[in-house]
Write a protein that binds this ligand. Structure first.
Ligand code: ATP
Ligand code: MG
Length: 424
């Protein structure tokens, strides 16, 4: 195929045979978020570039090198959203959702980042996320984490562990930042290029380095948790206490800093060891200063983003059952008269049995060809209607996945058969 007719590098097609597991994840997430009292907020895929620059921060990987930014026909700088939080805050501010009220919001949809594509890392990928506004206490941090835990449970996922940390208040982090800059400055010769660049811009990110040669330097760096302010300490204790009470286990990782600038106090990641270096399937925390950064009134906020692509890979890796979309019935119809009568029978069945999945043979074909299609559809049964059956007001039910013999059935008993045998 001509090269320009291929999908753009790093952008994915989710093919029909893969979509049941995607739908399963998304349906579970939607139902779960709704059940905790969260409501969906759909924001545009495109926002002004400025929103992400101001919200996410200039010194982050996303803004530095990952955004799909372009000028529209008016010369305005626009960006395909690389994450969901900034857009949610923008929308909540714009529509006055943050004035003296609490909000619990969720979203699901595509995000875009220009990264090096590899397993679990794409340029177009999907996230599901929740965002809460107006609640400063650690009970909401615990709820946000509990929702993640419940989603893994609902999907049957195993071996996902939780790491938590506290970044403290903005003031406490400033103090720690200076300590860190002075520590790394004294060890300049051990810093790699990335870290040298980060030293003055975003020194906490050096702790996040994946470079093994810097491991011992980072291991010996001053500990963030030693610099926490009292209120943040209390907040962190409150979170841990609640996680203990509801039986969610965690490790405290004082090197966990997260890549985005807007976090304070709680940060966390859910990690699996089964996806190589793309092991973080969900990341989040508290970002109490984002709303003010974007020009709004001070509003506490806490949320997470889940990488659905990685979750889907993990579902496959752990070989978990996915609800089946295969039809219950594939309707084989022989001859023109049967096709017309069969269409009506099928629509009647759909009317009376809403849970029924029935696929009708379209485009005619020999008996053999139709049965082949029935088999390919993965249907449980073929429903067969020919001239003989029509004349006798009957249909044939032929099990396709069991050894049982086919049987004739009076047409006016078909409904009962569907209800009592097929849909049980
Ligand atoms: P990473 O360190 O893997 O680059 P991140 O810190 O950039 O992740 P976040 O911005 O916190 O990621 O996004 C939340 C989640 O979204 C991640 O934990 C991951 O599961 C998923 N995610 C992020 N970037 C990608 C991507 N390029 N492809 C697929 N999933 C992604
Ligand atoms: Mg990243």
């Amino acid at each position: 195929m001509a090269k320009n007719l291929q999908a753009v590098r790093g952008m994915r097609d989710i093919l029909p045979e893969q979509s049941p597991s995607w739908q399963h994840i998304e349906t579970c997430a939607r139902e779960l978020f709704n059940s905790y009292g969260y409501n969906e907020l759909r924001t545009p895929l495109i926002e002004s570039t400025d929103l992400f620059k101001r919200g996410i921060g200039d010194a982050t990987d996303i803004v530095e090198k990952e955004m799909y930014t372009f000028e529209d026909r008016n010369g305005d700088s626009l960006t395909l959203r690389p994450e969901g939080t900034a857009g949610c805050v923008r929308a909540a501010m714009q529509h006055g959702l943050l004035h003296n009220q609490q909000q619990r919001i969720w979203y699901i949809g595509p995000m875009f980042r220009h990264e090096r594509p590899q397993k679990g890392r794409y340029r177009g990928f999907y996230q599901a996320g929740i965002e809460t506004y107006g609640i400063a206490s650690p009970d909401i941090d615990a709820e946000v984490i509990a929702i993640g835990a419940r989603l893994w449970k609902k999907l049957g996922l195993k071996n996902i562990h939780l790491e938590i940390n506290s970044l403290g208040s903005n003031q406490a982090r400033e103090v720690y930042r200076d300590v860190l800059v002075s520590y790394f400055s004294q060890n300049q010769e051990q810093l790699d290029e990335d870290s040298k660049r980060r030293l003055h811009q975003n020194p906490l990110r050096i702790l996040d380095t994946k470079n093994p040669e810097m491991k011992s330097l980072v291991d010996n760096a001053p500990d963030l948790l030693d610099y926490l302010d009292d209120e943040s300490k209390e907040h962190f204790e409150g979170l841990k206490q609640r996680l203990d009470v509801i039986g969610i286990s965690y490790t405290v990782n004082s090197r966990l800093v997260r890549g985005l600038d807007y976090y304070n106090r709680t940060v966390f990641e859910w990690i699996t060891s089964e996806l190589g270096s793309q092991g973080t399937i969900c990341a989040g925390g508290r970002y109490d200063s984002l709303v003010t950064k974007l020009g709004g009134k001070e509003t506490p906020a806490c949320g997470f983003g889940i990488g659905i692509d990685r979750l889907q890979l993990l579902l496959e890796e752990q070989d978990l059952p996915i609800p089946n979309h295969a039809p219950h019935l594939y309707f084989v119809m022989l001859g023109n008269t049967a096709e017309i009568a069969g269409l009506k029978i099928a629509e009647n069945l759909r009317e009376s049995s809403p849970g029924l999945r029935i696929m009708v043979n379209n485009g005619s074909g020999s008996f053999k060809a139709q049965l082949k299609r029935a088999d390919k559809s993965a249907a449980d049964y073929a429903l067969i209607l020919g001239d003989n059956e029509l004349e006798n007001h009957q249909v044939i039910i032929k099990p396709l996945r069991q050894e049982t013999q086919q049987a004739s059935l009076a047409l006016d008993k078909l409904n009962d058969y569907v209800t009592n045998t097929i849909l049980v």
